[in-house]
Design a protein around this ligand. Structure first.
Ligand code: SF4
Length: 477
């Protein structure tokens, strides 16, 4: 897998140890973001906060969690990126305004944030971060509606794009999802407490029950008056759920968009095997993201699944400058071939996607050196030809190998004996409501065009958490 992760959000209302529940939830959502983490709690009177750069296990310890008292909490994991790594951008964001303190954690990307921000800056607003999520807080603070819920709903009607959000005030935890439902967000129950999470696997770790998804256009309010489920707007049909949640982002043990990720991912593998049968001795996955797709492929093709690559799970950032002789070290540090499995074999390598192709090219070379006789590469998604503007960190279009190379040319570049991508039609047969999914990164047909896309504007940031402002030049072309 080569796309960067997006973000994780979590919310707790009514648990005695809300910070610890949030910590465990964020721990199980670590795969969605590894750069930084934050938890904000409320004890009913005061707000408490902790945010830092690093993995969840590093950001918090017992003392920190004890200093986050209260029965209400929201949390956020931010994914790794190369720029915009300032402390000010670590979520949840917290502001103090006329309705008191309000915090927000965001998964997604607002496509009209730059226009909204510029307008508000011209009006005198001062922004503390470069995240687009802060725009939402400013809109809430400026609203003239009479109740807190109406102020939030008015703000949500003004922003465009992808957002799954959790809010915290001193006495409420709220959650909202954009009207097209790009990003997942689910509601759960733990005894008397309510929970929100990006994925249901976060409920399992704490023994909570998945109840349902937060609906597109819905604002869920958990407060002293009991739960309230309101609509800030009608869902926009067809929905635009991100199909990449099934291909890569979500954990296979999660339920996302009402379907089990494991089941969908196996279907991807089975369909891939039907579309591209091959004579081979073994099927191997590029672990871990492709394991389930490879199992589906092996099952349908009746070719045995083997562990031909071992992944090192403990790879952090590395700063070494390798000698020329240490070729492919950046891939070798992550994946090691099992020679006894591969030597002299015709192998099918299953991966979920190809972005630039550089990692796969090195991996193919490593597999050849380990003795693989033939390498047939099968990809569990169609060619990625366009960038994502809805919360996934894809490179610019020109960097996507499939945007300017044929499948044949890509296969040659990678050095494989054959290459096949899952077709778009095949992909969509694997989900229950195919018409309700975004496939813009495979088609270039963007359901929501970022404002200003026809101007050549600054676009520095391609982050998943709504970082930075501007649009890319290639949108809409
Ligand atoms: Fe998901 Fe691709 Fe749509 Fe982005 S463009 S939301 S990655 S399907």
């Amino acid at each position: 897998m080569k796309l960067k992760e997006e973000c994780a959000i979590f919310g707790v209302y009514g648990a005695a140890d809300a910070a610890q529940v949030a910590y465990l939830g964020l721990y199980s959502l670590q795969h969605r973001g590894q750069e930084s983490s934050g938890i904000i709690t409320s004890d009913g009177d005061r707000i408490h906060e902790h945010r830092a750069i690093g993995l969840v296990a590093k950001v918090y310890d017992r003392e920190i969690l004890e200093n986050l008292p209260g029965r209400l909490a929201i949390g956020h994991n931010r994914y790794s990126t190369t720029g915009f790594s300032s402390i000010a951008n670590i979520q949840p964001l917290l502001v103090d305004c006329k309705i008191g303190k309000i915090a927000v954690a965001h998964n997604g990307n607002l496509v009209n944030a730059i226009e909204l921000r510029r307008g508000m800056e011209m009006d005198g607003s001062i922004f503390r971060s470069t995240t687009d999520s802060e725009v939402i807080l400013h809109l809430i603070a400026r609203s003239r509606q009479s109740t807190r819920e109406e102020m939030i709903m008015e703000a949500l009607r003004k922003v465009k794009g992808a957002f799954s959000l959790v809010f915290l005030t001193t006495d409420t935890v709220m959650a909202a999802r954009d009207t097209r439902g790009f990003r997942p967000l689910c509601l759960g129950r733990l005894d008397d407490a309510y929970l929100f999470a990006s994925e249901s696997c976060a409920f399992d770790i704490i023994g909570a029950q998945y109840m349902r998804d937060v609906a597109p256009g819905e604002l869920c309010v958990l407060g002293p008056g009991g739960p309230k489920f309101m609509r800030f707007a009608e869902p926009e049909e067809p929905l635009q759920r991100c199909i990449f949640e099934f291909i890569y982002f979500s954990r296979p043990d999660s339920k996302v968009f009402g379907e089990n990720v494991d089941k969908v991912r196996r279907k991807l593998g089975r369909r891939l095997a039907e579309e591209s049968p091959v004579d081979a001795d073994i099927v191997i996955a590029v672990p871990d993201s492709s394991n389930t797709i490879a199992l589906g492929f092996a099952e349908a093709s009746k070719i045995p699944f083997e562990l031909g690559l071992i992944r090192n799970h403990y790879v952090g950032r590395t700063f070494i400058q390798p000698r020329q002789s240490m070729r492919d070290w950046d891939v070798r540090i992550k994946f090691n071939p099992v020679r006894g499995v591969l030597k002299g074999k015709k192998i099918v390598v299953v991966d979920d996607s190809i972005v630039r192709g550089s990692t796969m090219r090195k991996l193919v070379s490593i597999l050849r050196q380990a003795g693989a006789d033939k390498i047939h590469l099968r990809i569990g998604s169609p060619p990625i030809t366009h960038s994502c503007y809805y919360g996934i960190d894809t490179p610019t279009r020109g960097e996507l190998i499939a945007s300017n190379h044929s499948v044949e040319a890509i296969g040659e570049y990678l050095g494989v004996d054959s290459l096949h991508y899952l077709s778009r039609e095949g992909l969509l047969t694997c989900v229950e409501e195919p018409h309700n999914y975004c496939v813009a990164c495979f088609s270039g047909q963007y359901p929501v065009i970022p404002d200003g896309c026809l101007h050549k504007d600054v676009f520095e940031d391609r982050t998943g958490c709504g970082e930075g402002f501007g649009v890319r030049e290639d949108v809409g072309r």
